[in-house]
Design a protein around this ligand. Structure first.
Ligand code: ATP
Length: 317
């Protein structure tokens, strides 16, 4: 602890009533580029990726009813919203994030998490990771622990490779297993048409199908190269691609057709992460109502969203 008397902190008999609630929004991400460099001996893959936060949000309410000392936290979670099949138990990344935060920061109490899912799961849109980052940000505020974003990112990396990105979000270059982040200029003047068919893909299975051996490819996406290209985004000559398309699309003709179809109208189109969501990039002033309407009539999840310049946000601020 910090040497301060607990009585000064408002604890009486090891307990302190709090009753504070925060509302947050947690954005989805798209990968504007994803190269897999090599498989490490520990089974993880080293990647080089350009991550972009987008304005498709889950919302989360985190309530700290009471703080206490010397015993495990009680964490309750409920999940609502249009996206089905997300676990409302200890396997939810939100629950695990709350638990990890308490362990690492030596704080405890009764926490209630209410998650509204709008980001499709198992889609390569990073929804679960973003929710986890939102819980870390909320706990940091509610427990008054004052960790800086880099500390929260480090903690997030213990939950998943995509979690750190969502602390600051915007546009970032991700290296290592995706957790070594360098901010890039935020993209403007574009919108994204995101389409998710009724097909769930498992990230580790997709990576497992890559045949890279242990050879090391040299990184190509240096900041010096990316910055000037990103300033002109979106352009047909964008050199980004998604290496995972090589293993996902050949086995999924429907998804392949969707990407090719989008490429007819969009400036660029690709799979996001390990899929199954795909996205097309369009100029910001293009009216996409008709194109989007066509896909949603076919029963697909469809959203038209802009880039989001930040990461998870506390909405009450
Ligand atoms: P990634 O690209 O990081 O694998 P994703 O967008 O493909 O992410 P998620 O939305 O994070 O996938 O969900 C992956 C799985 O994790 C789901 O199938 C679900 O069972 C589980 N999960 C646990 N917590 C959550 C959460 N808060 N939101 C969504 N899924 C969750």
């Amino acid at each position: 602890m910090n040497g301060k008397s607990r009585a000064d902190d408002g604890f009486v008999g090891g307990r302190k009533p709090v009753g504070e609630r925060l509302r947050l929004r947690a954005p989805a991400k798209l990968n504007l580029h994803l190269e897999v460099l090599r498989k490490r001996h520990d089974g993880y893959h080293e990647i080089e990726t350009v991550l972009q936060a987008v304005q498709l949000f889950d919302t989360l309410e985190v309530t700290l009813d009471e703080q206490w000392l010397g015993r495990a936290p009680e964490i309750a979670i409920e999940v609502g919203g249009p996206v089905r099949g997300v676990p409302a138990d200890e396997t939810n990344l939100c629950w695990r994030a709350a638990r990890l935060f308490c362990e690492k920061q030596h704080v405890s109490g009764r926490l209630r998490l209410a998650l509204q899912k709008e980001i499709p799961a198992a889609a390569g849109l990073g929804g679960g990771s973003s929710d986890a980052a939102a819980v870390l940000v909320a706990c940091n505020r509610l427990f008054g622990t004052r960790l800086d974003p880099v500390d929260l990112e480090k903690m997030g990396a213990e939950l998943g490779a995509d979690v750190p990105f969502f602390v600051r979000g915007g546009t970032m270059l991700g290296r290592g297993i995706g957790t070594i982040l360098t901010p890039l200029p935020t993209v403007h003047n574009c919108q994204f048409l995101i389409i998710k068919p009724a097909l769930n893909l498992n990230t580790s299975e997709v990576y497992g199908r890559l045949n890279l051996g242990l050879t090391v490819q040299s990184p190509k996406a240096s900041i010096a190269v990316i910055k000037p290209i990103l300033a002109r985004f979106p352009q047909k000559t964008w050199p980004g691609f998604n290496r995972l398309e090589d293993v996902v699309l050949p086995g999924q003709p429907g998804l392949q057709r969707l990407v090719l179809d989008l490429r007819e109208t969009a400036v660029l189109a690709m799979l996001s992460g390990s899929g199954s969501a795909v996205f097309g990039v369009f100029p910001a002033d293009r009216d996409l109502a008709q194109i989007a309407g066509g896909y949603s009539e076919a029963g697909l999840f469809v959203r038209v969203v802009g880039p989001h310049p930040g990461g998870v946000e506390i909405m009450d601020d």
